[in-house]
Design a protein around this ligand. Structure first.
Ligand SMILES: *Cc1c(COP(=O)(O)O)cnc(C)c1O
Length: 393
């Protein structure tokens, strides 16, 4: 059965993903099962998406109820779930307004468009340059890959969009040297996810904010991976004493249903007037109801705090592992967005760990990334760390 599925998939689907040879069929909490009945502890969680775990009964019930009521109309009309969700989000952060879309790339696309339009509306037509970071990841659409500081993502799609340039993350002098009166925005992830779980140095994000303010540029934070509690706060920028002008969210917002959001201050959001931007599906009643329930559960169960506590436990265990294994170069991350960088390629470990019942993934070729559901138990962490200990020997 699984062989037939894999064979067919490889024949009829675009070959953009090199999939691991298992067919996943169902999940519960931090566990998933394949069609051969094998069980895996999920330290990927759909890449920082299913933060409440799989098949959460309240999400399942919410989605079922809403599906029986109203799935989609159009953004030509008001709906209750979308309004409620926007209200909840603006209450929880710096932003005054939300634009809903369907993915991370679309949220960043909206952020880029908004930032450019903000200055165009003021007659500052030269001010369209966006500076982002080397090793960043902002998505796969033409604009977002143009903003992504990784050659491998842009390769083959030239010419990319003009007006984007890159500086090394955590290098404040490099940023200072390029920000000028043509800079529209500085766009960055508070912690680089795909780039290898790279945290900002102390004071870095505050200095970025200062440079933006001094030069009249906007600060865009891509919290698509870091947001929604994963790092120990609802939004990662809360750790660092800064607020952006624009923030993007997606991944964990609705625990697996596709939704993205671009949030901005009133002043900046004003550039998105009637007709300036649109999407058919953005913030449908169905996904919005799932996102509302996700936020409620995160609040009730204090999951950001749990991510912080369990993340510290996980980090300690990984640091102890590093002391034992010289092949581990660094342990990085915050909360439950963690990675270990090896002194050697790490991608070969992924199938080995899978064979032993753990889903993890590898970024940048040498870093194992751990983004389990925020409900992960210490016991499950112990099991993974024990397995890593064996495997690294
Ligand atoms: C995943 C991710 C994106 C892209 O999101 P998609 O939903 O895959 O388009 C953008 N930025 C960051 C930081 C991400 O982690």
């Amino acid at each position: 059965m699984s062989d037939t599925i894999m064979h067919t998939a490889d024949k009829v689907m675009a070959a953009t993903y090199k999939r691991f040879p298992i067919v996943l069929e169902r999940g519960e909490g931090c566990l998933v099962w394949d069609t051969d009945g094998r069980r895996y502890v999920d330290f990927v969680a759909g890449i920082a998406v299913c933060s409440l775990g799989h098949a959460h009964p309240r999400i399942a019930e919410t989605v079922a109820n809403q599906a029986g009521k109203l799935v989609h109309v159009s953004n030509l009309y008001y709906t209750i779930p979308q309004t409620e969700l926007a209200q909840m989000l603006v209450e929880k952060c710096f932003a005054d307004r939300v634009f809903f879309c369907n993915s991370g790339a679309e949220a960043n696309e909206a952020a880029i468009k908004l930032a450019r339009k903000y200055f165009k509306d003021q007659g500052k037509t030269e001010r369209f340059h966006i500076i982002s970071m080397e090793k960043s990841f902002h998505g796969r659409t033409m604009a977002t890959l143009s903003a992504t500081g990784q050659d491998k993502i842009r390769k083959g799609f030239d010419p990319v969009l003009g007006g984007f340039s890159f500086v090394p993350f955590n290098d404040i002098d490099a940023l200072k040297a390029v920000v000028d009166e043509q800079t529209c925005a500085v766009m960055l992830e508070p912690i680089q996810g795909e780039g290898g779980i790279r945290c900002p140095d102390s004071g870095y994000l505050q200095q970025v904010r200062q440079i933006c303010d001094k030069n009249g540029a906007l600060m865009i934070l891509d919290e698509i991976q870091t947001g929604m509690g994963r790092t120990g706060k609802l939004f990662a920028h809360e750790h660092y004493g800064v607020t952006p002008d624009i923030m993007t969210l997606a991944k964990a917002m609705a625990n697996g249903l596709p939704i993205g959001a671009m949030l901005a201050t009133e002043k900046v959001a004003a550039a998105f007037g009637f007709g300036a931007h649109a999407t058919t599906f953005g913030g449908t009643p169905l996904v919005s109801s799932a996102a509302i329930e996700t936020l409620k559960i995160m609040d009730e169960e204090k999951l950001p705090g749990r991510a912080e506590e369990v993340g510290a436990y996980f980090t300690d265990a990984l640091v102890r592992l590093k002391q034992k294994h010289t092949c581990i170069a660094q342990v990085r991350g915050k909360g439950l967005l963690l990675g270990i960088q090896l002194n050697e390629p790490a991608d070969g470990l992924v199938p080995v760990l899978m064979e032993k019942g753990f889903l993890v993934n590898c970024v940048q070729g040498d870093t194992l990334r751990f983004t389990p559901p925020l409900i992960i138990d210490k016991k499950e962490i112990d099991e993974l760390v024990h397995c890593l200990d064996e495997v690294l020997k």
